[in-house]
Every structure is written in structure tokens, then in C-alpha cells.
Design a protein around this ligand. Structure first.
Ligand SMILES: [Zn+2]
Length: 259
């Protein structure tokens, strides 16, 4: 199969949710990743002249699914939801679980179950396009809150992102970049790459933008929750260097909750 590069648009929804459209230029197939709010999704489709064919839901929280009924009514798009969220997602036509394949035209994604933020959370990885839609699992410079599991469950989900190629673009479900950056700097004040990225995020925010997507390589260099094997982060979390990364993760996540 020929290599296909998708067209992707991001836009703010509600107050800090990120709306995303991904389109296969060859077939015209187009998917929304979650629908936090109908109006900005419909406005972007209109502005681009795109036809929505699919909605890929990452998890059942209201701020990711509330716009679905209106968008389905207007576009007829097919809703794909996590199997574990089958009852909660309005109009779910198809459900997916670990290892399933989803296509948007010629674009192909693998489904990962990534529990931790909530039990039903899934991530969509378009390997050939080098794009991953992380929902509320992995954020630019941060990670999701742990709501329905022990912290190590989220750590196991996050660890999977470390195996992706560095060039993979990461789209997260919220713009928490500046507050995540403040915490990251508190945890790892001597990380030069991190200082540069936070400065870049601040410049973007001044212009009304946000540092999304990120890349796996950038996150590996700057996101404290992916750097829990580093001695500096173990020390910052109050643990011995060389401690179990899951324990460092748990301590960092608890610190972030109080931060
Ligand atoms: Zn959520």
C-alpha cells in the first residue's frame, strides 16, 4: 500500500478540550477524534469542505462525547467507541478493544486499551501515518489524572508510548500545556530541553495557540511522567535513584495532584 499522509486539523473546544479531524486525502474519508462540542467540529468541516465519515471515541467522559448526537445528526458519521464504554457513548455503531484495527479510508489505526485515567480509555495509533491519538492518557508535558485504577495501571499504559518511533506525532485531549510545564519544571528544573519547550509553549499561548501535537521524541526528553527512570526524577519524587519506575510515577502523580 502506498504511504498516505493524512491531513489533520486541531481546534479548541469548550474551554480546554482539543478537537481533532483526521482526513485521508485519497478517499476523502474523515474522522473526528471525540466530539467535545459540536459547533467547532461542524465549523471546521464547513471551512475545509470536508465530509465527516467517522467519530473515534477515546473514552466515555462527558467532555469527550457530548457533541456526538448533534454531529451524527448533521453528518451521518459512524461512531466507534471503546467496548467498555458501549453503554455510555451515544449512537455507538461499532465497538473496539485491544488489537482491533480501525480504518479511515486508507489510513489504518491499531487500537490500544490504555486504562488508568478511566477503565474504558483507548488510544488510536496510526503507525504508517506516524500519528497517535492519546486522549486523556498522555498530554504534552503531562498525563491524565488517575480516576479508576491504581496509578501503576496508568503507568503501564503510558509505557507503551515509549516504544513508538520518536517522530510519532502525539495528539492529546486537552490543552493543559502551561500548567503541565510549570509542574515539569518544578520536578526537573535542570532539564534544558524542558526549559526550551516551556518557553516555546508560552510563545504559542500568547498567540492563541497550543503545543499540540507534540512528538514522542520531545515527550521522552521533557515529560516527567515518561522520565520516571531518570535519577533526577526519582530524587524529585523523594525516592532513591534507581527506584522502581512505577513507584516514581505514583509519587510524581500524587505530587502533581497537590501542585
Ligand atoms: Zn477524561
Amino acid at each position: 500500500m502506498a504511504s498516505v499522509k493524512p491531513e489533520i486539523r486541531t481546534f479548541l473546544c469548550r474551554s480546554d478540550n482539543i478537537g481533532v479531524l483526521i482526513r485521508d486525502p485519497a478517499s476523502g474519508a474523515c474522522a473526528a477524534i471525540d466530539v467535545p462540542e459540536a459547533a467547532p467540529v461542524l465549523a471546521t468541516l464547513e471551512a475545509e469542505g470536508w465530509q465527516l465519515t467517522d467519530i473515534l471515541v477515546t473514552h466515555r467522559h462527558a467532555d469527550h462525547i457530548e457533541g456526538i448526537p448533534e454531529v451524527v445528526e448533521r453528518t451521518g458519521a459512524r461512531v466507534t467507541a471503546p467496548e467498555k464504554a458501549r453503554e455510555a457513548v451515544p449512537g455507538a455503531k461499532r465497538t473496539v478493544a485491544e488489537g482491533d484495527t480501525v480504518t479511515v479510508g486508507d489510513l489504518v489505526a491499531k487500537v490500544w486499551e490504555t486504562p488508568g485515567h478511566c477503565a474504558d480509555h483507548v488510544t488510536y495509533h496510526f503507525a504508517q501515518a506516524e500519528v497517535v491519538f492519546a486522549g486523556d492518557t498522555l498530554f504534552t508535558l503531562g498525563c491524565g489524572r488517575v480516576m479508576e485504577a491504581e496509578p501503576q495501571v496508568l503507568w503501564r499504559s503510558l509505557r507503551r508510548f515509549l516504544d513508538l518511533p520518536d517522530a510519532t506525532a502525539v495528539y492529546s485531549g486537552h490543552d493543559y500545556v502551561l500548567s503541565n510545564g510549570r509542574f515539569a519544571l518544578a520536578a526537573e528544573p535542570d532539564n534544558r530541553n524542558l526549559k526550551d519547550r516551556v518557553a516555546q509553549a508560552e510563545r504559542l499561548a500568547e498567540q492563541g495557540g497550543f503545543l499540540i501535537p507534540s512528538t514522542i521524541g520531545e515527550e521522552k526528553a521533557t515529560n516527567p511522567f515518561l522520565r520516571v527512570g531518570e535519577p533526577a526524577l526519582a530524587r524529585a519524587a523523594g525516592l532513591e535513584p534507581g527506584s522502581d519506575p512505577a513507584a516514581v510515577f505514583t509519587a510524581l502523580r500524587a505530587w502533581k495532584n497537590r501542585f
